[in-house]
Design a protein around this ligand. Structure first.
Ligand SMILES: [Zn+2]
Length: 181
């Protein structure tokens, strides 16, 4: 029972599911908006796909086998995003995004990030910034790189914040760097 043989007989549907509810999806066409959706719309999407097919082509056992194979063969798609989309990393806007209004100007003060635009405070707003850094720039970050990227001035706050993030660490003292988990 080779899985590959079944694929030629069954219709393939696809969708891009965005897990973060705060991600804004702007789609150029109706066709795109039905394929790129937030996670909370996934169940409705599945129901509507199910309704659009009337012939049963696979039994439960075959479906289980396919899903098992897909999970087993899954590999992370690691690409150099900046090279791929041909953007110079120096042109990336830096700073910490406000989780509420999206402004890129949060300021770290007394252990908290504060948005000067909508006054929202957050203990963890830098998490997204570090994640963005790992994806866009490189999979490791030093204290100095973190400060430059988040506009944080204090070297001590930076090292405290980074140490609390449960990232893997490499290097000693001044050369310490933090790695994408
Ligand atoms: Zn804000």
């Amino acid at each position: 029972m080779a899985v590959g043989k079944w694929f030629s007989d069954i219709p393939i549907e696809f969708a891009v599911i965005i897990s973060s509810p705060s991600t804004i999806i702007k789609s150029p066409s109706k066709q795109t908006s039905s394929k790129v959706l937030h996670a909370h719309r996934l169940l409705n999407k599945l129901t509507s796909i199910e309704k659009s097919y009337t012939i049963e082509r696979l039994n439960d056992k075959q479906i289980k086998k396919i899903s098992h194979t897909l999970l087993k063969k899954h590999v992370e798609h690691e690409i150099d995003v900046m090279k791929f989309i041909k953007i110079n990393p120096d042109t990336i806007l830096t700073g910490v995004h406000c989780p509420q209004c999206g402004s890129l100007s949060m300021i770290y003060h007394w252990g908290q990030w504060r948005c000067p635009v909508c006054k929202t405070t957050s203990d963890t707003a830098h998490h997204q910034a570090v994640e963005d850094y790992f994806y866009l720039i490189k999979p490791s970050i030093t204290n100095a790189e973190f400060r430059k990227f988040t506009h944080l001035t204090s070297i001590f706050s930076a090292s405290r914040i980074l140490a609390r993030m449960n990232l893997q660490q490499g290097g000693e003292k001044k050369n310490r760097y933090y790695i994408k988990p």
